[in-house]
Write a protein that binds this ligand. Structure first.
Ligand code: HEC
Ligand code: HEC
Length: 281
């Protein structure tokens, strides 16, 4: 077992893989990378990513919505995506599927109410970006996909998702957050819906929002996989910020002439009095 460390072997026990590793090593003398992949069959060989398989975005949304109460926004969004990928892989690659299902999902519980109640980054967004990070190793692709998530959340009238028993529902309150912050996003919605933030209506809204984000990630990762496999499908490439924020960022962010702040989220939310002309005044 020269190439398989004791720790790898111990880790593999839970997967019933010790025999497989021992057999593989004896037969072909697998290298360190291959041994690591045997210990974690969910990994793509030679890349820092988990395997991905096409999922049904609607199913992912339904699962995220249904299981919201288990661990709230971040937990349900992340788990719905990973478990659906595991299900999609189950037949072809049962060891990978098993590894995915044993992900320590409980860690994602911290994300509720904007990271442990801080009202900071929305947990559904946090989960969506974490899932992208899990399945996509190429840096530019990861950033483009995460940008799509961030801008979708900031600029779309949400929530869109309607549960089975409410699919013909009219006039459900929707808001454009113009921010990735739980504080701003949930507050705006509660204001428009005229409910308290501790109401069951606000919880329902965040269940639907989690479904929206879970579905969006599934669509993006499906598209990304399709683009990798076919020249006919366009890759996700949006690396540029929308206006006017792109112009603000060109002066103020790290690479700008001012370089006096960090961030690319919609400036107008917190600096409504600054337009792009102020530097010339
Ligand atoms: C052409 C470069 C440029 C662009 C574009 C630009 N700014 Fe500025 N901004 C400046 C300069 C220069 C100052 C003054 C800095 C100072 O006084 O130290 C400033 C000041 C500010 C300040 C006050 C900073 C402070 O120290 O109090 C804010 C906030 C700000 N800009 C936001 C924005 C927003 C929002 C946008 C886009 C709508 C934007 N800026 C676009 C150059 C720019
Ligand atoms: C969630 C709210 C929020 C958003 C979004 C936001 N800012 Fe700010 N920004 C602040 C706060 C709060 C401060 C600190 C103000 C203070 O020090 O009085 C600040 C400070 C700044 C400063 C001054 C930095 C300094 O201390 O010299 C600049 C410049 C600035 N923001 C530009 C931007 C630009 C450009 C964007 C969009 C890309 C942006 N901000 C987005 C809240 C925000």
């Amino acid at each position: 077992m020269s190439n398989v460390t004791r720790r790898d072997a111990i880790r593999a026990v839970g997967l019933g893989l010790t025999a497989a590793i021992a057999a593989g090593t004896a037969k072909v003398g697998v290298g360190a990378d291959a041994a690591a992949n045997l210990a974690n069959p969910a990994m793509v060989e030679g890349a820092e990513a988990w395997k991905y398989a096409v999922v049904d975005p609607k199913q992912v949304a339904d699962d995220a919505y249904e299981n919201y109460s288990v661990g709230r926004c971040m937990h349900t969004t992340f788990k719905a995506i990973v478990e659906n990928v595991a299900d999609a892989l189950a037949e072809k690659d049962p060891l990978a599927a098993q590894q995915m299902k044993s992900f320590p999902f409980h860690m994602m519980r911290y994300g509720g109410s904007g990271a442990n109640g801080f009202g900071s980054l929305c947990g559904a967004v946090n989960a969506a970006m974490a899932a992208i990070g899990l399945f996509v190793s190429d840096g530019d692709t990861r950033k483009a996909l995460c940008n799509e998530i961030g801008w979708f959340y900031e600029r779309t009238l949400l929530p869109i998702y309607k549960p089975e028993d409410a699919r013909d529902e009219q006039d459900y309150p929707q808001t454009i957050a113009n921010s990735l912050l739980c504080h701003i996003s949930s507050g705006k919605w509660a204001g428009v819906a005229q409910v308290k933030t501790n109401s069951p209506e606000r919880t329902e809204r965040c269940s639907r929002l989690s479904a929206d984000l879970a579905q969006k990630v599934a669509e993006l990762l499906n598209q990304n996989l399709a683009a990798l496999n076919s020249a006919d499908v366009a890759p996700v490439v949006s690396l540029k910020r929308a206006q006017p924020t792109a112009t603000c960022v060109s002066c103020h962010d790290k690479s700008g002439t001012n370089a006096d702040m960090i961030g690319t989220s919609a400036c107008s939310e917190c600096h409504p009095d600054y337009d792009v002309e102020h530097s010339a005044r």
